[in-house]
Ligand binder design. Structure first.
Ligand code: SAH
Length: 232
């Protein structure tokens, strides 16, 4: 087994897999943020006609939406049940995504410098060694290719919003979804990207207003954020 995987994380996502495409279920936040992150990526990549890899794709919310925009998408994950759900969903919609159960590190050896863009959303806070995942994502992108990460910042506000608020008060996510110690500051993520040969182009916050229930992209990177890099 690939060393950069926490079996407890895989079990957690496998147990919830059948809820993946329920827009008001356990993965509601991913459904709600998807149009925003999809536009963010499409604006920078021009998805139509591009080859894209989605690392830690789960049930395929982002992967399938990128395929709808005309990209040739490969989605990889190490949890088989979410991948099965993702494949079943393709049977319903007729969309095309190549879903594979393979670690990013292993695929990087098989297909180095292969993809126009690599997306890795809401995964880094679930892996034992984020630096290894980031290096693999960098290796999988073509030279000049675009690489995107999204994760959760580490500070008091992120703890209050992403753990206490989302899991305990608003119950938007199952308890235990996130471990505060694994959150990553934008400065730390940027340093890891630079070390992997990626040039950071943009960092954008993803905010949720619990009163209006509106998600938005903007300058506030205090809780969730997306980072865009180019492989130099
Ligand atoms: N990226 C998707 C899903 C995020 S949920 C989205 O944003 O919509 C996190 C996903 O990461 C789950 O599907 C889980 O199975 C997967 N995962 C956890 N550890 C992993 C690892 N080491 N390698 C690949 N995928 C992993």
């Amino acid at each position: 087994m690939n060393p950069n995987v926490d079996p407890a994380e895989i079990a957690k996502f496998s147990e919830l897999a059948h809820h993946w495409w329920n827009p008001s279920g356990d993965f509601k936040p991913l459904h709600d943020i998807n149009p925003l992150r999809l536009d963010y990526i499409d604006t920078r990549v021009g998805l139509n006609g591009k080859s894209v890899l989605d690392v830690g794709c789960g049930g395929g919310i982002l992967a399938e939406s990128m395929a709808v925009r005309g990209a040739a998408v490969t989605g990889i994950d190490l949890a088989e049940k979410p991948l099965m759900v993702a494949r079943l969903h393709l049977a319903e919609t007729g969309n095309q995504v190549d879903y594979r159960n393979v670690a990013a590190e292993d695929l990087a050896r098989e297909l180095p410098q292969h993809f126009d863009a690599v997306t890795c959303m809401e995964l880094l806070e679930h892996v034992p060694d984020p630096a290894s995942t980031i290096s693999a994502c960098a290796a999988l992108a073509k030279s000049g290719g675009q690489v995107f990460f999204s994760t959760i910042n580490r500070n008091l506000k992120a703890y209050l919003f992403a753990v206490v608020g989302a899991e305990y008060v608003l119950r938007m996510l199952p308890r235990g979804t996130h471990d505060y110690a694994k959150f990553i500051k934008p400065s730390e993520l940027a340093a890891l990207c630079r070390r992997a040969g990626l040039e950071v182009r943009n960092v954008t916050g993803m905010t949720y207003n619990p009163l209006t229930k509106i998600y938005a992209l903007g300058a506030d990177t205090g809780v969730n954020y997306i980072l865009h890099c180019v492989k130099v």
